[in-house]
Design a binder for this molecule. Structure first.
Ligand code: Q46
Ligand code: ZN
Ligand code: ZN
Length: 314
C-alpha cells in the first residue's frame, strides 16, 4: 500500500477517495478537507473568533485541534449534562485536553447552573433524553457565544452524522428539517452563525486523526443514545458504503448541490417572527423560550439516577 502523495508506505486507506496515505499526508488531507469545507461554505472568515462545542469525543476534539492548526482563534465550551459516569468522563477528558495545550475552555454544569440534568429532564417530560439534551445544548451554546462575543459556533458533526440525519429526514420527508440541514446556518436575530467544518470527513477518519495526533478521547458513545434511530441509519449507510464507497458523500453533497434549496421556504415559514424570552432574554418565537420552559418544569425535581435503557426494561 503506497501513499497517494509521496509513494512511501501508507498507513491508512480512505476507500471513499480510492486513496491510501502515510501518516503525514493523512493528517494533511484532514486539514485540507476542513479548510475546503470552511472556504466552500463561507463558514469562518479570517480573524473571526470561534467557539467550539466540545464533548470529549473524537469529533469535537479533532475539530478543535484542526481549527487551531489552521490558525483560527478557537476556544472550547463544554456542558456537564449529568449523564452518569459518561458525562464526568467527557468533561474530565475535555479539561485535560485543553489544559495540556493551554487553550481557553469554559465548562458549564447543567445542574449547578440551571438546577436540572438530562436524565431528570427526560424522566419529568417523558420524552427521549436527546430532546431535552438538544434543547439545552442549543440554548447554552448560543448563550455562551453571546456572552463571550464569539462570531461563530462550530460543532463536530461529521459526514456520517450528516448523512444519517439526512437519510432519516428524507425517509419521512421532514421538509422543515431538510431546509435547515446545511453545513452553515447563518446568524439571525441574536443567534450566532453555526458551522460544521467536519462535513467532508468520516468518523473513521476523525478517530484516526485523534490517534495519530496523540489525542485521548472518550471512546464510549453516550449511553442515552441507545435506541436512537440515527444509530440504525448509520449502520444501514455503512453497509451501503461498504459495497459502494463514496455513497455517503454523494448522498449528502448531492443533496446540498441539487435539493436543499427546495426546502428553505418551508424552514423560513416555520421559523416565524422572533421576540425575546421574558425569562432569559434570549431570542424566542414564544413568550418563554424552550429552554426556560424545560428548566421551569424540571428544576428542583429530585435528581433521577441515570440507568441505561436496557436496565429500565425498555
Ligand atoms: S449527548 Fe445528548 Fe447526544 Fe446523549 S442525550 Fe442524546 S443528544 S445522545 S450527541
Ligand atoms: Zn505520504
Ligand atoms: Zn429563556
Amino acid at each position: 500500500m503506497k501513499c497517494r502523495v509521496c509513494r512511501g508506505d501508507a498507513l491508512i486507506e480512505v476507500r471513499r477517495q480510492n486513496a491510501n496515505y502515510c501518516q503525514d499526508h493523512f493528517l494533511r488531507m484532514c486539514r485540507d478537507q476542513v479548510a475546503k469545507a470552511i472556504e466552500e461554505h463561507d463558514m469562518i472568515k479570517p480573524g473571526e473568533r470561534v467557539l467550539v462545542a466540545v464533548s470529549g469525543g473524537k469529533d469535537s476534539l479533532a475539530l478543535w485541534d484542526l481549527l487551531r492548526e489552521l490558525g483560527y482563534e478557537a476556544d472550547g465550551f463544554c456542558i456537564g449534562l449529568g449523564i452518569g459516569d459518561y458525562s464526568k468522563g467527557s468533561t474530565d477528558m475535555t479539561r485535560a485536553f485543553a489544559a495540556q495545550r493551554g487553550w481557553p475552555l469554559e465548562v458549564l454544569d447543567l445542574r449547578d447552573e440551571h438546577g436540572f440534568d438530562v436524565p431528570t429532564a427526560a424522566h419529568v417530560t417523558r420524552r427521549v433524553p436527546c430532546s431535552a439534551c438538544g434543547t439545552s445544548k442549543r440554548h447554552l451554546f448560543d448563550d455562551a457565544s453571546r456572552r463571550g462575543g464569539y462570531d461563530v459556533v462550530a460543532t463536530g458533526h461529521n459526514l456520517d452524522d450528516e448523512a444519517a440525519v439526512l437519510f432519516g429526514n428524507v425517509l419521512r420527508w421532514e421538509t422543515e428539517y431538510l431546509g435547515r440541514q446545511l453545513p452553515v446556518l447563518p446568524e439571525r436575530a441574536g443567534f450566532p452563525r453555526k458551522v460544521k467544518p467536519l462535513v467532508r470527513l468520516g468518523e473513521r477518519e476523525t478517530a484516526a486523526y485523534c490517534v495519530l495526533r496523540g489525542i485521548d478521547y472518550v471512546v464510549e458513545e453516550c449511553p442515552m443514545a441507545e435506541g436512537n434511530k440515527h444509530l440504525g441509519y448509520k449502520e444501514l449507510l455503512n453497509s451501503v458504503e461498504q459495497e459502494s464507497p463514496g455513497t455517503k458523500h454523494a448522498f449528502y453533497f448531492g443533496f446540498l448541490a441539487r435539493a436543499s434549496e427546495l426546502f428553505t421556504a418551508d424552514t423560513m415559514a416555520e421559523q416565524g417572527a422572533l421576540g425575546t424570552c421574558a425569562r432569559c432574554g434570549a431570542p424566542s418565537t414564544g413568550e418563554i423560550c424552550a429552554f426556560c420552559r424545560l428548566a421551569e418544569r424540571t428544576a428542583g425535581h429530585e435528581p433521577v439516577a441515570f440507568l441505561p435503557l436496557k436496565k429500565r426494561g425498555r
